[in-house]
Write a protein that binds this ligand. Structure first.
Ligand SMILES: Nc1ncnc2c1ncn2[C@@H]1O[C@H](COP(=O)(O)OP(=O)(O)OP(=O)(O)O)[C@@H](O)[C@H]1O
Length: 223
């Protein structure tokens, strides 16, 4: 397994009250697979996803990625792994309003692929835009894109650095049913062709047909 967690626990303290939100999670992700995390509101899905992605630390437990133990690393080391190997897609696309689709990617490529020439970066941007079906919209600004198109650009931006892991928190929550299916089909094909391990949190049962594995959470434990 490229990624696994062992006995992850997370307790939040608010004043005098402390709540154990994750109660010992063993989760593993396989390459080229979509794992869907489902469960009632408040069961701990987003907390688990953000801990797996190194965005917050667990109270205890281990996180192994590619043979390295993230839980034993400094924030700076985790940041480097995140920037080099993890991609993120959220409910809202969070695009830069004054940049075109192509420019959104070029901005990322400047840091992710700084060794490439300007021309090579443009070729790379074109390739990625084509791979998410947005080649014909490369000069479009976010204001003129549909919700589904924005999410395609957000996905394109999340994969410019060829991540090994892709974390998606409710990626279809702001889309209608047709667009949701399109976005999930895209995530599925990218997961397969790029051999990514994708972890998706979703409330939409219709989207579970795209998952290779469905894991259900209840009260801070995996069912
Ligand atoms: N930073 C925090 N401080 C205190 N409590 C928190 C914090 N983050 C999450 N919680 C609590 O942890 C519990 C689990 O939250 P989490 O967001 O992980 O659930 P979820 O399953 O993703 O829910 P939803 O489906 O509604 O997004 C909730 O009771 C929440 O209030």
């Amino acid at each position: 397994m490229i990624f696994s967690t062992q006995a992850i626990k997370k307790t939040f303290k608010t004043g005098e009250v402390s709540e154990e939100v994750l109660k010992g999670i063993d989760l593993s992700l396989a390459e080229g697979e979509i794992t869907a995390l489902v469960g009632a509101s408040g069961s701990g899905k987003s907390t688990l996803l953000t801990i797996a992605a190194g965005l917050q630390s667990p109270s205890s437990g281990e996180i192994h990625f590619n043979g390295q133990d993230l839980s034993a690393m400094s924030q700076e080391e985790i940041r480097e792994i995140r920037a080099g190997s993890f991609g993120f897609v959220f409910q809202a696309a969070h695009l830069v309003p004054f940049l075109t689709a192509e420019e959104q990617l070029l901005l990322m490529l400047e840091t992710a692929k700084s060794a490439l020439s300007k021309k090579q970066r443009r070729e790379e941007a074109t390739k990625i835009l084509d791979s998410v079906g947005m080649g014909h919209r490369k000069n479009a600004y976010p204001a003129s894109m549909s919700g589904g198109e924005k999410q395609r650009i957000a996905i394109a931006r999340a994969i410019v650095h060829q991540p090994k892991l892709l974390f998606a928190d409710e990626p279809t929550a702001s889309l209608d049913s047709i667009k949701s299916h399109e976005v999930m089909k895209l995530l599925q094909s990218l997961t397969k062709t790029l051999n990514i391990s994708t972890l998706i949190v979703t409330h939409d049962e219709d989207m579970l047909t795209y998952a290779d594995r469905i894991i259900s959470m209840k009260d801070g434990r995996l069912a």
